[in-house]
Ligand binder design. Structure first.
Ligand code: NAP
Length: 278
């Protein structure tokens, strides 16, 4: 995990593609008070609202929008869909200042392919945020190029720290990280869905089941954070020998929950490799 010691936030920052993920990162940077932000979208439909210190540029209305946004930027976040990355990089390549840190969040787009599309004078990073970034509670993996300088890694990490926690990994670990934290929110929601369904089969109505299950999950996570204990220790404290919880936990373990996780993560990694191979 990167050191959260105060690292000056970079400015200007350009976010190319202010959609769900780009918009979440933009909110974090706005809240952190970065003085010069630029964001682009293709159409005006979902464009972020202009704010003090924020320029909103629409590519459909201004063919130079992305080039204007990156001019003089210290950090450029590429947050368009993966299929749009090659054309976007070709568009901005000669408008980037030497030394600009270009960081892509596009799933499956490798650092080497971006390096090949951009001038040698810029430094290319890859990041893998997750959806809780939208509420400032994300987990982002940041991968630096082999020659990446520690101060540049810190600058990129500082951007993503405005929307949560940052973990630095080697690029060849990004698919593994994505199978855990990128896809992870879906595993948590699936668990909650099945848990709520089971509560309803016991006769609770939908509102009651949601209150019981989501309230329990929220409380358990808060207790985990506040206590600083390991999940295993907190589980042991709820699980009295020969008690009811012990019986229930044994059912999960008989189904080899750990093995199910291994299989699920391996499936996500295999799919990431298929996507990267085209
Ligand atoms: N959402 C996630 O949880 C998540 C997690 C990790 C990584 N990512 C990555 O984040 C990237 C964006 O995903 P998303 O879910 O945020 O998609 P999204 O909501 O569709 O956002 C894409 C944005 O790019 C804009 N755009 C498209 N072409 C453009 C261009 N030529 N110039 C400027 N802006 C352009 C779109 O504008 P319009 O809306 O006007 O078309 C939209 O604002 C993807 O590469 C994805 O792999 C997403």
């Amino acid at each position: 995990m990167t050191d959260a010691a105060a690292v000056a936030l970079p400015s200007p920052v350009a976010i190319l593609g202010g959609g769900s993920m780009g918009g979440a990162i933009l909110s974090g940077l706005l809240a952190a008070g970065v003085p010069d932000l630029r964001v682009t979208t293709r159409t005006p439909t979902r464009a972020p609202q202009p704010a003090e210190g924020l320029a909103v540029l629409i590519a459909e209305q201004d063919v130079g929008a992305n080039r204007t946004a990156v001019a003089g930027a210290r950090v450029v976040v590429v947050a368009v869909k993966p299929a749009g990355v090659p054309a976007l990089l070709a568009e901005i390549a000669d408008a980037l200042e030497p030394g600009t840190l270009v960081v892509s969040v596009a799933v499956g787009v490798r650092i080497a392919s971006m390096v090949a599309a951009l001038p040698d004078s810029v430094v290319v990073f890859r990041a893998m945020p997750n959806t809780p970034s939208a509420v400032g509670a994300g987990v982002t993996g940041v991968a630096a190029p082999p020659e990446g300088r520690p101060e540049d890694v810190e600058t990129v990490a500082a951007v993503f720290r405005t929307v949560g926690t940052v973990v630095q990994v080697a690029e060849d670990r990004i698919d593994a990280l994505s199978s855990v934290s990128g896809s992870g929110p879906a595993y948590v929601y699936l668990f909650l869905e099945r848990f709520i369904d089971a509560a309803m089969r016991l006769g609770f109505d939908a509102d009651e089941a949601r209150a019981l299950v989501v309230g329990t999950a929220d409380g358990a996570l808060r207790l985990l954070a506040d206590s600083g204990e390991d999940p295993a220790e907190l589980r042991r404290r709820v699980t009295s020998p020969k008690g009811t919880t012990e019986r229930a936990v044994a059912v999960f373990e008989q189904r080899d929950l750990g093995g199910i996780f291994d299989e699920a993560l391996a499936a996500a990694i295999a799919r990431a490799q298929e996507i990267a191979a085209g």
